[in-house]
Design a protein around this ligand. Sequence first.
Ligand SMILES: Cc1cc2nc3c(=O)[nH]c(=O)nc-3n(C[C@H](O)[C@H](O)[C@H](O)COP(=O)(O)OP(=O)(O)OC[C@H]3O[C@@H](n4cnc5c(N)ncnc54)[C@H](O)[C@@H]3O)c2cc1C
Length: 220
Amino acid sequence: MKLKRKFIKTKSPYLAVKTHVNGDFPNDLVALHNFEGGYCGVSKVENNSINLCYITNFKTFKKYKDIEEFQQKVVLKNKYLKVVFSNTAPVFEQPLSISQISFEDKKPIENHVLMCGDTAALIHPLCGNGMSMAIRSAQIASLLIIEFFNSETPNRETLEKQYLREWNKAFKSRLKIGHVVAALFNQPKISEVLMQGLKWFPFILPHIIKRTHGKLMKVK
Ligand SMILES: Cc1cc2nc3c(=O)[nH]c(=O)nc-3n(C[C@H](O)[C@H](O)[C@H](O)COP(=O)(O)OP(=O)(O)OC[C@H]3O[C@@H](n4cnc5c(N)ncnc54)[C@H](O)[C@@H]3O)c2cc1C
């Protein structure tokens, strides 16, 4: 069944590249570095590998012939990324890439289908937490569906209304803030000023992080 959802019809300007490398990197650090047209996350993952994952816009990327040239000429202009990329050895034969990542508004319910995770909305990876949003939205849906099948919910319409209400309560505001933060960091000049500002006033950062992340999930 094809849902013909609105966001599918719009071309998305984002693509992402991910690879694993071997080298030295602290276990307890998740680093995020920006470059012209995008940003790159660096963190330790399984098998002691380092995950390098960057997202960029197609407009910047298409000026270069391939990933290698883009990395050399754009990504590695960031001195921190240059250190990471230059002092590590690839684990993957080739980096993985995906395009058409859509951050457009989606609907958490369409055609009476309760959407969970990325199908309901995709938060900018800059804010992180997409995986936890997927788990949390699945928890909200499951608990409501159990109530529905236990006849505690009068009908399907009420179930859908409840899901929409709880989904909005859990995610709407953090998605909005995520959009604003990502839009600001997408502007090279503004992004530089913001980074400088955050260096001078580091106490602001936890407030931004708090507003793009949810509360601790309770097991019910
Ligand atoms: C570049 C990038 C970096 C990210 N970095 C982070 C991060 O650091 N931390 C974080 O928390 N989140 C991150 N995210 C977001 C995170 O990956 C997603 O939010 C999360 O994986 C969503 O989970 P999901 O279950 O909704 O979808 P997915 O994890 O995409 O799972 C959907 C599954 O369904 C399968 N599938 C699709 N169609 C069909 C079909 N027709 N039949 C059967 N199976 C099908 C797919 O193959 C896939 O396995 C990032 C996202 C991107 C794009």
